[in-house]
Design a protein around this ligand. Structure first.
Ligand code: ADE
Length: 256
């Protein structure tokens, strides 16, 4: 019984939470809600330590891409001693059933650009991928149920009003912004992914190596097709807000 309780305690007790994004627009809402107690610059990025929704957190904009994400995650873990990491941001939709604004809570995360190029095509070397922490996934789902999301902004959306749909799913990562229907289809067929982004698998890999629980929350701001550039510009603020709202609610639930 004591061992069981100890395991439960170690899985659920978060002493200091690392929160990461690639861009300011993905982190600004959280930073605005945070009582920042200390900021320092390390490896050209600003680490904000403070209290968010009652929890000690370190918020950092890592920059775009896997190298930025990996080195920032390692600093969060080694220097700031965070014992859980949440990555929040936007993504391109891969699953054709998903729409702009919809939200993916990561279960499996895979590098889509790690492997071998042969005359017959690409062979992935990331066959297993990485798995997010099941406790953090559960809390994220509960959090998403509590959030009152805005509906998709009508002034810019071609579709009629809808609220974000939330799915636990597969996130794939590569050092490429995908703006091609052909490549979207290839990613869908090869990885059965729900969304594509440029950092998640790097964070997942670093967290797995360090045995730190993590989850990735992504809201779609484009559908990784030829319109992705324009959609990104139009919907990045809306999608970034969807993800941030879930992160705030996750912390509230963890603090209950
Ligand atoms: N992040 C947001 N949209 C993306 C896309 N289409 N490709 C890669 N990363 C993204």
């Amino acid at each position: 019984m004591a061992t069981f309780l100890l395991v439960l305690f170690t899985l659920t007790q978060i002493n200091r939470l690392g929160i990461m994004s690639a861009m300011d627009v993905e982190l600004d809402l959280l930073k605005e809600s945070m009582r920042i107690e200390e900021t320092d610059t390390l490896a050209q990025r600003i680490f904000n330590t403070g209290i968010l929704e009652g929890m000690e957190c370190v918020c950092v904009k890592a920059g775009i891409g896997k190298v930025n994400a990996a080195l920032t995650a390692e600093i969060l873990i080694l220097k700031y001693d965070v014992n859980a990491v949440i990555y929040t941001g936007v993504a391109g939709g891969i699953n054709p059933e998903l729409k702009i604004g919809d939200i993916i809570i990561s279960r499996r995360i895979i590098h889509h650009d790690f492997g071998q190029i042969t005359p017959d095509g690409f062979i992935s070397w990331d066959t297993l991928g990485f798995f997010a922490d099941s406790f953090l996934i559960d809390v994220a789902v509960k959090a998403a149920n509590n959030v009152k999301f805005d509906s998709i902004p009508q002034n810019i959306s071609k579709e009629k009003s809808y609220l974000p749909y939330v799915k636990i799913g597969c996130v794939v990562t590569g050092d490429q912004f995908i703006a091609s229907e052909e490549k979207r289809q290839w990613i869908e067929n090869t990885f059965h992914a729900d969304c594509v982004e440029m950092e998640g698998a790097a964070v997942a890999q670093v967290c797995a190596i360090n045995k730190i629980p993590f989850v990735i929350i992504r809201s779609l701001c484009d559908l990784a097709n030829e319109e992705a550039d324009l959609d990104f510009e139009a919907f990045v603020v809306y999608a970034a807000k969807n993800s941030s709202l879930i992160v705030k609610e996750i912390i509230k639930l963890l603090e209950e």
